[in-house]
Design a protein around this ligand. Structure first.
Ligand code: N2P
Length: 361
């Protein structure tokens, strides 16, 4: 019996572990953020196996990175978090001589990411997007035919949001998105570092807390697609993936993504290499592969997130490239805002407020 178990265990090990001597790269990325065939393509070409893990929270990744020895070779935090992680010494500077495809990047986006990592010294933009509203049209209109779907009133006006509590509302568990959205709605600077502004934003969110079913950053994709919830504060591509899943299921659910007219966050997720990465060279090969126009276009076509690769445009499906929810037109872009990290003292206020909101206190 013992011997049989031991054989079974070693067989399992064979299935998950790479063959002796096989090269690997350990990648840690957001959930629902790649076409998995991209990983297979990389292995087929390089012989390097991709071990791919996913997360759905910057705070969670940051805690791991700060503790060190993650074993990851490539990690994809949001630029807002990345800047302080760079300062904390978490990442290795990129050896640009090994990134032959850098020239494909889109300067419009790298100008934005320069705020967080000037000169792309530590990180390369992977995808970018916005944070807005996802909703199930049928359920919303049934409850409120003139629902202000182009406004954050959907979330912050108690007379409006209360109408949707019964069909299910999820809000991202991401304070660095939700508090600035609330501050912006109040007419405050969404990038304010004033603790009083943070508290005012938190107060607004706390008021609508009773109507929120769950703070969640990944389940809402399927929940929207199945019509299990009717409203979410979500990330652009996630909501659009929900839309596609509902279309495919042909289940009578129409999912729509809206960038509210008052303005919404625009953010950038960046590929970086931990300073203690076990397979530094493979990490650079992986990042350089992702920088190829046809590779990142394949990912964009699958996840409905805009990338930062100008050369990829000719490989991005017309429907995706022309979708204003993926690549917002200029007049919408003007309403978007970016934010930068809070000083530690203010961050502690935000973290405390967020916990208070989530626990309903
Ligand atoms: C992918 C979410 C990525 C957006 N599911 C968060 N920056």
């Amino acid at each position: 019996m013992f011997a049989r178990l031991a054989v079974a265990a070693s067989l399992t090990a064979l299935l998950v572990a790479p063959a002796a001597g096989q090269e690997v790269v350990n990648v840690y990325n957001w959930s629902d953020y790649i076409d998995e065939s991209v990983l297979g393509d990389f292995t087929a070409e390089t012989g390097i196996e991709v071990r791919y893990d996913v997360f759905d929270s910057n705070e969670f990744v940051e805690a791991k990175l700060l503790a060190g020895s993650t074993g990851y070779d490539v990690v994809v935090p949001t630029a807002y978090f990345l800047s302080r992680q760079i300062r904390a010494g978490v990442f290795a500077p990129l050896d640009k001589s090994k990134l032959s495809n850098l020239g494909n990047l889109w300067d419009k986006i790298t100008k934005e990411t320069a705020t967080y990592d000037p000169g792309l010294e530590y990180a390369i933009p992977y995808m970018w997007g916005t944070t807005g509203l996802g909703y199930v049209e049928e359920k919303i209109l049934e409850r409120m035919p003139d629902a202000p779907v182009d406004s954050w009133d959907m979330l912050f006006d108690p007379d409006v949001v209360s109408k949707f509590a019964d069909c299910g509302i999820h809000v991202l568990d991401a304070q660095s998105d939700v508090l600035p959205i609330a501050m912006n709605y109040l007419g405050l600077d969404p990038n304010s570092k004033d603790p009083n502004d943070i508290r005012a934003g938190a107060e607004l969110v706390a008021k609508i807390r009773p109507f929120v079913q769950k703070f969640d950053s990944s389940e809402y994709i399927n929940a929207l697609a199945n019509g299990d919830i009717c409203l979410a504060v979500g990330w652009s591509g996630d909501v659009l993936q929900a839309r596609d899943r509902a279309d495919e299921a042909d289940n009578g659910v129409t999912v729509v993504y809206s960038i509210p007219k008052e303005g919404a966050p625009m953010w950038f997720d960046m590929m970086a290499i931990p300073a203690d990465a076990p397979h530094m060279d493979n990490a650079l090969k992986f990042i350089d592969f992702i920088l190829r126009p046809e590779v990142i276009a394949k990912a964009t076509n699958y996840v409905n997130y805009a990338n930062a690769n100008a050369a990829s445009r000719e490989f991005v499906d017309e429907g995706v490239l022309g979708d204003p929810a993926v690549y917002p037109p200029d007049e919408v872009q003007e309403t978007l805002f970016t934010t930068t990290e809070l000083p530690p003292r203010v961050q502690r206020v935000a973290t405390r407020e967020w916990t208070r909101i989530k626990t309903g206190q």
